[in-house]
Design a protein around this ligand. Structure first.
Ligand code: ASP
Ligand code: MG
Length: 407
């Protein structure tokens, strides 16, 4: 008998009707003889609503209490879904993260799963029940409720699939799979049948919002076959695996982009040991995450240093950098918060030369100025002016042959 973990997120369980539709889907699967564990997240908008309430109480809500509050969203969905299943004469039982015992560390609002006790779940499955588990939450060793960070239900689902050695973990969402790029930017974007964990991880960290990054990491680590598919229409979605598809052997699998970028430059920095850390440590001390980092070759014993941050952190980073500039006796700080990052990703890059030059030529032909470049084994990212985002994505999508066939 096959064991599946299904995860249904916000919009898929956004109303009573949607929850009933999900119950029908689950019932059909059990009728095929499958054992089903369902992970649900809060009804759409609920986690934001609860966060809003908390902020009305306390500007910086107490993180332990925040977890107590946020975990209620998932508890509503799990019980309603279980009721809908009972109504269809499908035996079901719902559990909070604490009840099945999803043990996490104590980092409230961004806890990590340490261990899952699957005894109760297995007993229920053996008795022919559908087990419904609240996503996004766990319990720490002291019995405190914890949550796993926004979008954390994906991680719950993958972790349960790993613990139960499930045949597949299905993430049902409002899109029918992973696309070559965001169809809202390029309508010719194509759904991929398969993608590797590495590629998915790059796409997720570079801005694709289909899956939570940690869920992909987890799935890769425990080799959980992960499938993204639509809860609204039939289809086989996209399978994320270790296998590289021979059929679809493309050089590039997808194009990701991130609009929330900003860059900062400090010029005329003395070229001495320890300078990079003197620039970046004060930024890190303010809890600001730095992404791309570029340092120039020193021409006259001084160098220029550029890095990118999330756009929300732009002003704060600039202030920090102005201070550092004075301390180091550097020349000046400049910045730009209307830039974006566009990246191409593909394992095919490993065995093919010339992908970068093709990318740069395509952008040049469109008159797009590249402001920064960074590469890894399977991705190339460029920073360009915000106004070129759509143009860059579409031009690259076409050049790397990602378009769907004309219907
Ligand atoms: N309800 C949580 C959130 O909105 C967890 C999830 O959706 O996966 O982030
Ligand atoms: Mg979600």
């Amino acid at each position: 008998m096959a064991v599946f973990v299904y995860k249904f997120g916000g919009t898929s369980v956004g109303s009573v009707e949607r929850i009933k539709a999900v119950a029908e889907k689950i019932k059909k699967s059990t009728e095929l003889g499958n054992h089903i564990v369902v992970v649900v997240s809060a009804m759409s908008g609920e986690t934001n609503r609860l966060t809003g309430l908390a902020k009305e109480m306390q500007a910086q809500p107490n993180s332990r209490e925040m977890d107590v509050l946020l975990s209620t969203g998932e508890q509503v969905t799990m019980s309603l879904l279980s009721m809908a299943l009972h109504d269809l004469d499908c035996p079901a039982c719902s559990y909070t993260g604490g009840q099945v015992k999803i043990l996490t560390d104590s980092m409230h609002t961004k806890a990590r799963i340490i261990e899952i006790d699957d005894v109760k779940i297995k007993q229920d499955l053996d008795q022919g029940k559908v087990v419904v588990v609240a996503g996004f939450q766990g319990i720490d060793e002291h019995g405190n409720i914890t949550t796993l960070g926004r979008g954390g239900s994906d991680t719950t689902a993958v972790a349960l699939a790993a613990a139960l050695k499930a045949d597949e973990c299905h993430i049902y969402t409002d899109v029918d799979g992973v696309y070559t790029t965001d169809p809202r930017v390029e309508p010719k974007a194509r759904r991929l049948d398969k993608i590797t964990f590495e590629e998915m991880l790059e796409l997720a960290s570079l801005g694709s919002k289909v899956l939570q990054i940690r869920a992909v990491e987890f799935a890769g680590k425990y080799n959980v076959a992960l499938r993204v598919l639509s809860s609204f229409k039939e289809g086989c979605g996209t399978l994320i695996t270790y296998e590289e598809s021979q059929m679809e052997r493309a050089l590039i699998s997808g194009i990701a982009f991130n609009r929330d970028e900003a860059k900062l430059t400090i010029t005329g920095v003395p070229d001495l040991p320890g300078v990079a850390s003197k620039i970046l440590c004060p930024v890190a001390d303010k809890n600001i995450e730095v992404d791309m980092i570029i340092q120039n070759i020193a021409a006259d014993e001084t160098t220029d240093f550029t890095f990118t941050v999330h756009r929300n952190d732009y002003q704060k980073s600039k202030q920090v950098l102005e201070e550092t500039c004075k301390e180091l006796g550097a020349k000046q700080v400049t910045g730009d918060d209307s830039i974006v990052k566009v990246s191409i990703v593909g394992v095919g890059m490993r065995s093919h030369a010339g992908i970068a030059s093709t990318m740069f030529k395509v952008l040049a032909d469109e008159g797009i100025n590249i402001r920064m470049i960074s590469t890894s084994e399977i991705k190339i990212s460029v920073v360009v002016d915000e106004k070129y985002l759509e143009l860059a994505v579409r031009a690259l999508h076409k050049a790397f042959d990602l378009e769907k066939e004309e219907e």
